[in-house]
Design a protein around this ligand. Sequence first.
Ligand code: HEM
Length: 105
Amino acid sequence: MAEKFRDTDMDRQQAMLMKSFYHLLSFYASSNADYYLDRVAISHNRDHIDIRPALYDLWLDTLIATVQRFDPDFDAAVELAWRLVMTPGIVYMKFHYDRKTIVGS
Ligand code: HEM
């Protein structure tokens, strides 16, 4: 994982993380891809920065660990809600790993 970020400006990456989080959330809310997630799905696929599907699971587990650390009301129901909301966007990203174009657009 660290290998992927060796040339990355981590302040910019943090801002990106915030933005990607909102895009995953809006993907869930609209049950559809926005232009942004289309672009990111292609940029992360095998032909580009090559983010293997398993790394998205790691990403989600790390997000949950962060929520657990900072939310005093964290419990199993809160964890499940986070996982349910983030999962459609993650499935979308993983689905495009081996594809050259966006499916369904
Ligand atoms: C969960 C959904 C994710 C979203 C929405 C997302 C979004 C983004 C966006 C918007 C960028 C900058 C522009 C671009 O390259 O398209 C980016 C860059 C990047 N992302 Fe992600 N990302 C996600 C997951 C991941 C994961 C799981 C990894 C690897 C562990 C990862 C690694 C990277 C890397 C290495 C860059 C390039 C950083 C640089 O500019 O040096 N991303 N991501």
